[in-house]
Design a protein around this ligand. Sequence first.
Ligand code: IVH
Length: 675
Amino acid sequence: MPSRDHKGIAKKIAQLRDQLRQHAHSYYVLDTPSVPDAEYDRLFRELQQLEAEYPKYITADSPTQRVGAEPLAGFSQVKHGLPMLSLDNVFSDEDLIAFDKRIHDRLKTDDDIEYAAEPKLDGLAVSMIYQNGQLLQAATRGDGTTGEDVTHNVKTIQAVPLCLSGKNYPALLEVRGEVYMPKKGFAALNAKARKLGEKTFVNPRNAAAGSLRQLDPRIAAQRPLAMYCYSVGVHEGGDLPETHTAMLKQLALWGLPVCAELKLVSGVAACIKYYQSIQQKRDKLAYDIDGVVYKVNAFNLQQQLGFVARAPRWAVAHKFPAQEELTIILDVEFQVGRTGALTPVARLEPVFVGGVTVSNATLHNMDEVERKDIRVGDRVIVRRAGDVIPEVVSAVIAERSGREKKIQLPKKCPVCQSTVERIEGEAVARCSGGLYCKAQRTEAIKHFASRKAMDIDGLGEKLVEQLVEAQLVSTVADIYRLRLDELAGLERMGIKSAENLLTAIDRSRQPALARYIYALGIREVGEATALNLAAEYPDVAALARASLDELQRISDIGPIVAQHIVNFFAQAHNREVIAALAEVGVVPQAPTITSRQQNLPLSGKTFVITGTLSTMTRDEAKLRLQQAGAKVTGSVSAKTDYLLAGENAGSKLTKAEKLGVEIMTEDTLERVFRQ
Ligand code: IVH
């Protein structure tokens, strides 16, 4: 082949690599995809084909070379050019103020100190060496002096550039940062492992560590790892900025991933404000964090402050209260839910975790108990994250004495003694007692009265329990037969509250049909499904007559939900409850044609939701959209009117852009809702 053609091929290869790098950077680092996935795949395959035909043009930094072909025999050791330090921790505002005071004292200044504030990522530290812009080596922190060579795995992390972009980077540049596993990727990884009956990871940090410690890069490549850079180690040849924030901005310009939450704050009060704002956002972040880090921003001041032992004097980690603690399982009881599901609940030796004292934690179901092999008497890790119910994560099996007792699923319901059924292949065991079971009845009544259902103000969970216990209420219809003297006679209930409750009960006699359907507590019929059903049927009688086929034609209703609906209405006691409700004057109101089809701000509009929303969950958004008259579907097509796009929107956004579908932000939507 004439050399001119070869030149053409080399050029084409270089061009493809450039395009692929830019698209990967937009996708993995900037979180704003620039092309649809299919286009990226096409370019990737084109490059792969060219490289297969002309192997002499293959370079180590080609996007095709992220995954090595062969597993390593073992890890080699890497000695760090500069030690990888640790951070001192503070757990309170007072300790942080004391840290800030020490800085003032050492620097002999009264001026506010400028700090770079950033989240403390819960992953593991790595060092990456770039030589002339090429990723040469990546190593774990190890003991701070010597780590393990994990280049083969770090190269598989799409957010890590194999070569730096831009110009003027030092000839030798060591970048340090945290490798982590995003929460979503972690959940998907564990879901897959569970399905295959494989071992799951306890938390995203362990999953990230386990993935980096793989000898086979092909396994690491399948793990959804990401990274954020937070400092520079050894560097030679080239000038670097003089502050931490400017340095991280420079790293971002060279294509390296930097956390978007990085902020420059001045003075300790601003640090505390930052801590609080990150703590509030914590659940919504795509990754796990366990606190925030403040670093004196100016490098010359950092140098003046220096180090103590293994940690710098110029930085500190302000930790959130621990979300995981160790305690002992004293006993396990089974709670019966509204649908009869038996949930094993561990009674614990009380432990302070996630900011509160916890003495009960869920074990989810028997499958989980068996998979994790948790026993009464075990020392266990308990986790309480955000508003989530505390759960038992795992047992410390190494500490067993042999006296621990296996947890047995009871054969009879602990509340009503009916048989407990566990359908083959289903994780959940259920009490077969239905509404005969006091626990199921109580839960059904709580659900019926709750805010999103009939919204009976004042009829909370505790009061429902009291009413059932006193045998004043045994079906939901009984709520409407309650008398003032009966209520006023209850403990902690005065005449005034009893009167208020009766007024609230009375006011709930004409619920919207959707609320009523939701309140019935049909399995897997949530608010959104109830809204769909109410839009389809004029009343409950019509819904009760609906066939499986007919139900499945409604958007979002699949065979399982349809079967639950049919089963519900097939049971005599459910039909009796509905008749009794009608008898006591509960008459659901069907949406009128005008409100359903004409008057609402989004009537006739079809929406798709994508990405992470910041002011509401996707379910909430869906519900609000439906309440405003819109139809919400799962995939973007030419029929879609709007795409509601949150952060990290992926292929749906790309598709919508291609089809010219209008993109709507939460802000705009809020304005529409307010109309
Ligand atoms: S700075 C000398 N910044 O926390 C400064 N570390 O407890 C050393 N970490 O080993 C690190 N997020 O693995 C720094 N934004 C952040 C961090 C962070 C997480 C980890 C890192 C380090 C450990 C120290």
